[in-house]
Ligand binder design. Structure first.
Ligand code: ATP
Ligand code: MG
Length: 427
């Protein structure tokens, strides 16, 4: 198929808005005689006048050739070998044009490696080089398949992405049922792009997601974890969540939690409030770490589980850990939450009991302990969300102001926790 090619005067993609590292990679490839395109989300975002998160390059140079021409290059990837070209503070992911998954696994014409398709039609390995057109068409959505050609500054569109950008549409390249079966994570990505960009999911793709949502059970749990973080840290967590609900992807992703939400609107409201808070933090340029993310989103559910265990006769000091760890470990079948994150979330919840103890030296000791800041952020958030514990909140806020922070040497104390901003505003 002939692509649509927009020449420089007909589009808004400017080298000014591309990182200097990506520009260096593109020009170096071109000077060495290779085809060099900026590809994927970077081109999409530039056309939309958004700030791209990262820049990816696609080229006809093979990984071995890339290694020869870039000294600062590292080959990575088991599933598909690609090059990370390292600059100070930035990595430019550079991959050789890739062919789509062949209909018949034996039909691997330009194959330099083997390919397996699993029982559910999922691609297990796809290290097959292809043409620029093939590379565009094996991508997930039309808006993610645009190229910017450094040789003449044109934008190349093999999949109809320019029209879909104009119409604000997330459209799958090819047959949605087949593309989602190949890689079920694409369904979550559709919800993320729809939420982040304020686009609609095209009807066929939308219906296909609703039909195929249970395929998510086949997705690799570690990839799910990466995508889940992107969903909630993208700055549009609330909109993305509403797409996950609308498409019903939430059930296969967070099975028990989503059923629990369905039972009561107030539970749903907590989650929405949390996501709105995340988005405000993001807007203000503040970041929280994954344990706080999970502690907050699942907070109300965890509190419910803890109460249940206490009613069943467990001691409060055991209930928080058992409830949180039981839930998050169970979730790991689908979304592999790392162990350290599970422990941190259970610390945050377990520490909530300590806010009730305001007598003697205990408050100072708590404030100077390692888990205080995360626990306090959760406490503040839940106090404000439920308009409860106002006096306690005042007590701890004052106490914290008046308690000197320990500057500890951290010798032999296990891994350092990711830092959150101690003064994260809650509004
Ligand atoms: P973001 O702004 O979140 O980085 P992105 O579109 O750049 O969005 P990436 O995950 O960085 O997304 O992937 C880069 C590009 O690789 C995508 O734009 C798309 O073309 C392609 N891609 C990524 N994941 C898939 C997938 N699961 N299936 C097909 N193509 C994909
Ligand atoms: Mg990207």
């Amino acid at each position: 198929m002939e692509p649509i090619i927009l020449k420089r005067s007909d589009h808004n993609v400017s080298r000014k808005n591309i990182s200097s590292a990506a520009i260096k990679v593109l020009y170096h490839l071109k000077d060495e005689g290779y085809t060099a395109y900026l590809a994927g989300g970077g081109v999409r975002d530039l056309i939309l006048n958004r700030n791209p998160k990262d820049f990816d390059v696609a080229t006809d140079a093979t990984p071995e050739q890339l290694r020869k021409i870039f000294r600062n290059c590292r080959l990575v990837g088991r599933r598909f070998r690609l090059a990370h070209i390292l600059f100070r503070g930035e990595i430019i992911e550079t991959s050789t044009f890739r062919a789509p998954v062949p209909e018949d696994p034996d039909d691997t014409v330009h194959c330099d490696n083997t390919l397996r398709v699993g029982e559910s039609g999922m691609v297990m390995r796809d290290n097959i080089f292809g043409t620029p057109e093939e590379d565009a068409l094996r991508r997930d959505f039309t808006i993610n398949a645009l190229f910017y050609n450094i040789a003449d500054f044109s934008v190349i569109d093999f999949a109809g992405g320019l029209k879909d950008l104009e119409n604000k549409t997330i459209r799958v390249i090819g047959e949605p049922d087949k593309r989602f079966a190949e890689d079920p994570v694409r369904m979550i990505r559709a919800a993320r792009f729809a939420g982040t960009l304020g686009f609609d999911i095209e009807k066929e793709a939308y219906e296909s997601i609703c039909r195929n949502k249970d395929l998510l059970a086949h997705a690799a749990p570690s990839r799910m974890y990466e995508e889940v973080q992107k969903l909630f840290f993208c700055g549009h967590a609330k909109d993305v969540f509403q797409w996950l609900e609308k498409t019903d992807l939430l059930h296969p992703m967070f099975h028990d939690f989503s059923h629990w939400i369905d039972e009561d609107k107030a539970r749903h409201d907590w989650v929405i409030q949390t996501l709105e808070q995340m988005d405000r933090w993001r807007e203000a340029g503040l970041r929280i770490h994954p344990a706080l993310l999970f502690a907050l989103i699942f907070g109300e559910y965890h509190e419910y589980l803890i109460d249940q265990l206490i009613q069943d006769g467990q001691m409060p000091q055991d209930a928080a850990r058992n409830a949180v760890q039981g839930h998050l470990r169970g979730m790991c079948e689908n979304v592999r939450v790392p162990k350290t994150v599970i422990y941190q979330v259970s610390d945050i919840m377990d520490n909530q009991r300590r806010f009730e103890r305001t007598q003697g030296r205990r408050p100072q000791r708590f404030i100077q302990s390692r888990g205080f800041l995360d626990a306090f952020l959760y406490f503040k958030f839940s106090a404000k969300a439920h308009s409860r514990n106002g006096e306690l909140l005042e007590f701890w806020t004052e106490m914290r102001k008046n308690t000197p922070q320990k500057t500890s040497s951290r010798k032999g104390r296990g891994p350092r926790k990711p830092k959150n901003n101690p003064e994260m505003p809650i509004d």
